[in-house]
Design a protein around this ligand. Structure first.
Ligand code: 2BA
Length: 112
């Protein structure tokens, strides 16, 4: 068994979870926050059989989109003002996502 942990953009969550549920995968959604941009993200967790891993990764890949954050936006009264970049941050543009995915081995699983 594998544990897939996928950190995804909130705007992609609906498409990913719909496709995963249709594919018969069990999932848990966690609210998360990026350490660097401090923006809200969603972390999806799914434990699945080894032979289903490729299917799950394909679903996540197909429904995940990257987006750009422009640091000039941080002074505006807009959604992007929520970003709290380090004071010494100098890059003008950051590309976030689509999905950051970690795959871990699961040795045992119980439901009590
Ligand atoms: P954040 O930590 O908020 O990072 C958002 C984006 O900022 C990153 O996009 C990357 O383009 C940039 N970035 C991150 N750290 C940076 C730094 N020290 N200097 C310059 N730019 C930096 P992604 O790489 O697509 O990552 C999206 C989110 O996935 C991250 O949000 C974080 O929550 C998670 N993540 C990425 N790599 C990770 C890892 N190795 N371990 C745990 N979480 C990770």
């Amino acid at each position: 068994m594998k544990l897939v942990m996928a950190i995804v953009n909130n705007s992609d969550v609906k498409d990913i979870t719909s496709a995963m549920m249709q594919g018969g995968f069990s999932m848990t959604k966690l609210s998360s926050t990026g350490g660097f941009l401090k923006a809200g993200t969603t972390t999806l967790m799914s434990v699945l059989k080894n032979e289903k891993l490729r299917t799950a990764l394909d679903i996540i890949k197909q429904s995940s989109h990257s987006h750009k954050y422009d640091s000039s936006m941080r002074t505006e009264e807009s959604l992007t003002a929520k970003y709290d970049l380090p004071d010494d941050f100098e890059r003008n543009e950051i590309v976030v996502g689509g999905a950051t995915v970690f795959v871990l081995n699961v040795e045992e699983s119980y439901k009590f």
